[in-house]
Design a protein around this ligand. Structure first.
Ligand SMILES: *Cc1c(COP(=O)(O)O)cnc(C)c1O
Length: 431
C-alpha cells in the first residue's frame, strides 16, 4: 500500500482499521485493551475500567469465565471449525436441542448464523418463503416500528426506525416497509388494526424487539403491547418475529422477554449474550408450524440460506458453556439484584438539570437527557473516572455483566451519577 498525504489530507496507512459508527477524521483514538477479567478491562497504560455496557451487551458472565474458556479450548483442540453442509458436530446438535427446549411454545427449529443482523435477515427470509411455499405470492413487506433497531445490513435497516435507520439517506437501496407506532395504547392499537386491514395482504410478517427497544433509545413497552401484536398477527395470519438479540439470555430478569411478557412469537432471533460474549454466533429459532411449510419432497421448498461459518463448533461450545452457567449459577437472581440497586440509586438522577426520564428494567438502567452536547467529552470523563459507559442519542445507560458484585455495581452507578451531574450542570443549569 502506498502512503499518501496529498489530496485527502491524511496518511492512508494510519487508517487501515475503519472503525464502527465513526467519523474517522474526528473520532478520538480508541483505547487499547490488553486484558480483561470479570467486569474489568485493563488498558495498555495499566488503567482499569469497569465495563458498564458488557461490550455491546454480550459479556453477561463477565470476561473470561473459566467454564467457557475451558470449553472453547477443548473444542479448539478437537475441531475448531467444520462446515455444516453435509457434516455435523456435537456442539451444534446439542446447542440446537437446548435452545429449542428453552425457547417458549413450539419454537423448536434452530438455524445458526454469525451475527444478529444476519439472524434477523434469516427470520425475514423464513417468513417470506413460508408464504411462497404455501403458494401465496406478493407477500414481501414487513410491519416494523418507530424506535426499533434490528441491525445494520440493508434488509435489517429497512425495519429499523426510519430516521435512525437512515431510510431517507438510503432510499432506493433499502426495501420500503410499513413502519408504525408501537401499539402502546388503545388508540394506537385501533390505528394499527386499520393499517393492517388495508395492507396485511402485502405483508410477510411483523418484527419487534419485545419489551425493550434497545439501540433505538432503550424505550420500554409492556406485555399488553406484545399481546396486541400477537392478536393482530393472528387475525391476519402473519408470523410474529421477536428480535431478542438484546433481551435474550436474562437481561430483563427472565431468560427471554417472551417469557416475561407471556407472549410467544413464531420466530425468535438471539445473538449478543448467546456465547456469553466469547465468540460471534446467532440463531433464528422458528416454530414447528413455520418449519412445516418448508417440509416435503420438493428441494425447491428448502430454506435457501447457509452462512459459511454457521454453527461454528468453538462458538457453539462457548454457547453451550454459557447455558450451563445459567443452569449452575444464580444469573437471574443477580439480574434481580442489579434491578433493585438501580431502583435504589438511579432515581437520584431525576433531580439533575437536563434529565427527561430515569427508568430501569432488569439489568438495564437508563438516564434520558434532553440532549447529549459534547458527547465525546462526556465519554472521556467516564473513562477518566474509571468506568466504561457509552452514552448515545439522548441516553446514558448501564447494562453491566450480571456477575458484577454489589460493591462494584454501587461504585459504577454512583460514578455514573457523579460524572453525569458535573457534565449536566455545565450544560443545562439555568441561572
Ligand atoms: C445488536 C442488535 C442487532 C444486530 O446484531 P449484530 O450482531 O450487531 O448484527 C439486531 N437486533 C437487536 C435488537 C440488537 O440489539
Amino acid at each position: 500500500m502506498m502512503p499518501t498525504t496529498d489530496g485527502p489530507g491524511f496518511v492512508a496507512t494510519e487508517h487501515a482499521l475503519w472503525r464502527p459508527y465513526a467519523q474517522m477524521k474526528t473520532t478520538p483514538p480508541a483505547l487499547p485493551v490488553v486484558s480483561a477479567e470479570g467486569v474489568r478491562l485493563t488498558l495498555a497504560d495499566g488503567r482499569q475500567l469497569i465495563d458498564g455496557v458488557s461490550s455491546w451487551w454480550t459479556v453477561c458472565h463477565g470476561y473470561r469465565h473459566p467454564h467457557i474458556i475451558d470449553a472453547v479450548k477443548r473444542q479448539l483442540d478437537a475441531v475448531p471449525h467444520v462446515m455444516l453442509g453435509g457434516l455435523t458436530h456435537d456442539p451444534a446438535e446439542r446447542l440446537a436441542t437446548r435452545l429449542a427446549a428453552l425457547a417458549p411454545g413450539d419454537l423448536n427449529h434452530v438455524f445458526f448464523s454469525e451475527s444478529g443482523s444476519v439472524s434477523v435477515e434469516i427470520a425475514m427470509k423464513i417468513a417470506v418463503q413460508s408464504f411462497i411455499n404455501r403458494g401465496e405470492r406478493g407477500r414481501t413487506r414487513f410491519l416494523a416500528f418507530r424506535g426499533g433497531y434490528h441491525g445494520d445490513t440493508l434488509a435489517t435497516m429497512s425495519v429499523c426506525d426510519p430516521e435512525e435507520g437512515m431510510h431517507a439517506l438510503f432510499a432506493g437501496a433499502i426495501a420500503r416497509q410499513v413502519i408504525a407506532d408501537l401499539p402502546v395504547d388503545a388508540d394506537r392499537i385501533d390505528s394499527l388494526a386499520v393499517l393492517l386491514s388495508e395492507q396485511a395482504d402485502t405483508l410477510a410478517g411483523v418484527v419487534v424487539e419485545p419489551l425493550v427497544q434497545g439501540a433505538g433509545g432503550m424505550r420500554f413497552h409492556d406485555a399488553a403491547t406484545l399481546q396486541a401484536l400477537r392478536n393482530l398477527s393472528d387475525q391476519h395470519g402473519l408470523p410474529l418475529i421477536f428480535d431478542e438479540i438484546m433481551t435474550g439470555f436474562g437481561r430483563l430478569g427472565t431468560l427471554f422477554a417472551a417469557e416475561k411478557a407471556g407472549v410467544t412469537p413464531d420466530i425468535m432471533t438471539v445473538s449478543k449474550a448467546l456465547t456469553g460474549g466469547t465468540l460471534p454466533l446467532a440463531a433464528t429459532i422458528a416454530s414447528t408450524r413455520l418449519f412445516e411449510t418448508f417440509w416435503g419432497e420438493d428441494p425447491g421448498r428448502a430454506l435457501m440460506h447457509g452462512p459459511t461459518y454457521m454453527g461454528n463448533p468453538a462458538a457453539c461450545a462457548a454457547a453451550n458453556a454459557s447455558l450451563d452457567l445459567f443452569e449452575r449459577e444464580p444469573r437471574l437472581a443477580q439480574v434481580h439484584a442489579i434491578e433493585a440497586m438501580f431502583a435504589a440509586l438511579l432515581p437520584e438522577a431525576r433531580a439533575l438539570p437536563g434529565v427527561v426520564d430515569v427508568r430501569w428494567q432488569g439489568a438495564i438502567g437508563v438516564i434520558e437527557m434532553e440532549s447529549l452536547p459534547e458527547l465525546e467529552i462526556l465519554k472521556a470523563s467516564f473513562v477518566d473516572a474509571g468506568v466504561w459507559v457509552r452514552p448515545f442519542n439522548t441516553i446514558i445507560y448501564l447494562m453491566p455483566p450480571y456477575v458484577i458484585s454489589a460493591e462494584d455495581l454501587e461504585h459504577l452507578i454512583r460514578t455514573t451519577l457523579r460524572v453525569t451531574e458535573a457534565w449536566a450542570r455545565r450544560h443545562f443549569s439555568r441561572v
